[in-house]
Design a protein around this ligand. Structure first.
Ligand code: ZN
Length: 248
């Protein structure tokens, strides 16, 4: 997981327009309404397009690519992304259409997280006064409730994440541990993919050494912000001396 910059004033039009009446309906019902009409409104094209741009087509939690760039990869239109609610609609129905509660996620992380959202303090219940700041309430709610789940748009946890050379993710921090466990960020498939990232770097480095080519492009490509698993790449960069000595 890596810190994501989102402009909370750049709200997709559908979340400001049509979503208002849907939100009112959900609030009157005091529970999220799961019919298509209500579910469709937080994932209109303007919202998904903007989220994909902000998240660079990567999952907010595990950082794997969820959508191939159709310009570069016309043969790979695979969209494995989902609009994910940081605070689940099952417990926070009034936040179903709130811009700062919407993240881009892969199906697996979203499924794993499900309705899990443990908090340390007391849960906030709906109040009419919330409507004024409906797209910018996460910071305040987090201060009051103290959730265990990390919000990637609010927190930078790169110094709290640890990995090993097999791509296994871990942390000594309780909240980061909760996030890893809840989204299953240590699942086999992800560890394998991260391990591949390191192995490919080692291969690339060995190749340019052999060919007496410049290392600069390898490093620039490796650290490109559009890549998957940025937190792991940062960890590799920090520990490169030890990692590359063992395998170089
Ligand atoms: Zn994911």
């Amino acid at each position: 997981m890596t810190k994501i910059e989102k402009n909370l004033d750049d709200i997709p039009p559908s979340l400001k327009g049509g979503a208002n009446s849907k939100r009112n309906g959900v609030i009157a019902n005091a529970k999220f309404i799961t019919t298509k009409k209500y579910r469709d409104f937080y994932k209109k094209k303007d919202t998904t397009t903007l989220l994909k741009r902000i998240y660079k087509n990567k999952c907010a939690y595990c950082e794997q690519i969820v959508l191939q760039d159709s310009e570069q990869n016309k043969t790979l239109p695979n969209d494995k992304s989902i609009v994910e609610h940081y605070r689940p609609t099952s417990k926070y129905y009034w936040l179903a259409y709130s811009w700062d509660n919407l993240l881009l996620s892969c199906l697996a992380c979203s499924d794993n997280k499900g309705n899990d959202f443990e908090i340390i303090n007391q849960k906030i219940e709906y109040s009419n006064s919330f409507k004024n700041k409906i797209h910018k309430s996460t910071k305040l709610y987090n201060r009051l409730e103290k959730p265990k789940m990390i919000h990637p748009e609010l927190e930078d946890i790169k110094d709290k994440l640890d990995f090993n050379r097999d791509g296994v993710i871990k942390s000594a921090d309780e909240r980061v541990k909760y996030t890893i466990k809840t989204c299953k960020l240590d699942r086999y498939e992800l560890n394998e993919k991260r391990q591949t990232v390191l192995n490919k770097l080692i291969d690339d480095i060995n190749y340019v050494i052999e060919q007496k080519e410049s290392m600069r492009d390898v490093i620039l490509n490796f650290m490109d912000k559009n890549n998957d698993f940025i937190a792991f790449r940062i960890w590799i960069s920090k520990n490169r001396k030890e990692l590359l000595r063992k395998n170089g």
